[in-house]
Design a binder for this molecule. Structure first.
Ligand code: ADP
Ligand code: MG
Length: 323
């Protein structure tokens, strides 16, 4: 199949069509309209076969996750997603694979009224790069750098599910069918917390999404904000499914250090605590308070039953680890 036919058939008209896209797929560049008094948020993430997903992952899941991780980055900035571009490197043009890929790509993007506005298609090892863009009202983006001592630390959803799903896929963990299905789904089809992110614009002091694991990502907030964090590991939100398939200490390890959860960590000053808790009561996602920002610059301290808690696991996934 020629590149042009492939784009026409699988990418050109499949998704949501937005009025702010003046020229989309088909010209040399997309032309879009940014709303007045809004800033443009832009993020890119690449998923490489064998590095970010197992080579036998269904095409639909690869595409879904590629969109999800990018929308998660926008959510962490408090931005509302609008457009995505897709750069696709393919070893072959397998039509069945592309059909499945295209349906995964458009599932989340349609749900969030996001339009695919362009991209590039090349032959090479399987890799998917998505650039996502969205809007945030002027001067109201969430960042990693606004946390202050005394602020409360929250996370959305549950932690560690994606890590357990990956262990199950790799044959390192056993689970009953129903729990295995849930945990693998959490690994392959993460839910970007788009509504939570936009709702937190006025009330959170800092925010980040969890891609590398809670410990690694809270460290980014602590470093950028010039403060520390105290986390009560007894408060970590663990799903019933995860609790059923691993021992409690393994669940805590996964919640602290396994990546790919794509939940949000955010910090909230005391004055905004009740506003945030009321807002989340109307969402179908929980936010759990897991600790507090401290003045211990650069330090993330863990506690359980008011005692220091030592975590021996790896500190998240590091691509260029020297060891
Ligand atoms: P050019 O050679 O000018 O870069 P291309 O032939 O690569 O143009 O692409 C033609 C059109 O199709 C462009 O509008 C481009 O953005 C779009 N496009 C190419 N590949 C993809 C893809 N994988 N997904 C979405 N749009 C794509
Ligand atoms: Mg090209």
């Amino acid at each position: 199949m020629k590149e042009f036919d492939l784009i026409e058939r699988f990418f050109k008209l499949g998704g949501h069509q937005r009025r702010d896209v003046i020229y989309g797929i088909g010209d040399d560049a997309a032309i879009t309209q940014i709303p007045e008094k809004q800033n443009l948020a832009t993020t890119t993430d690449t998923l490489v076969s064998g590095v970010h997903f197992l080579p036998d992952t269904p095409a639909e899941a690869v595409a879904y996750k590629a969109v999800a991780v990018n929308l998660s980055d926008l959510a962490a900035m408090g931005a509302e997603p609008a457009w995505i571009s897709l750069s696709l490197s393919l070893p072959t043009t397998d039509e069945k694979w592309l059909e499945s890929f295209s349906s995964g790509l458009f599932e989340l993007s349609k749900y969030y009224s996001v339009q695919l506005i362009g991209g590039d298609t090349v032959r090479g090892d399987l890799a998917v790069t998505i650039t996502a863009q969205g809007f945030v009202p002027n001067d109201s983006a969430l960042t990693r750098s606004g946390a202050k001592p005394g602020d409360w630390i929250y996370v959305t959803g549950t932690l560690g599910d994606a890590g357990a799903g990956l262990e199950i896929l790799k044959g390192e963990l056993e689970a009953n069918d129903e729990d295995a299905k849930y945990l693998i789904h959490r690994h392959q089809y993460p839910s970007p917390r788009v509504l939570a992110g936009t709702a937190l614009r006025r009330s959170a002091s800092a925010c980040i999404d969890i891609s590398d694991g809670l410990l690694a990502d809270i460290q980014h907030i602590v470093d950028a904000s010039g403060c520390g964090a105290l986390i009560n590991v007894d408060k970590l939100p663990i799903s019933d499914q995860l609790n059923r398939v691993v021992f409690p200490h393994h669940a805590i390890d996964l919640a602290l250090a396994a990546g790919d959860d794509y939940e949000l960590i955010f910090t909230v000053a005391e004055d905004y605590k009740s506003i945030v808790e009321t807002a989340f009561a109307s969402f179908n996602v929980n936010a759990t308070c897991i600790g507090q920002i401290t003045g211990a610059v650069g330090k993330v301290d863990l506690r359980s039953n008011d005692e220091p808690f030592l975590h021996e696991g790896q500190r998240g996934y590091e691509h260029f680890d020297a060891s």
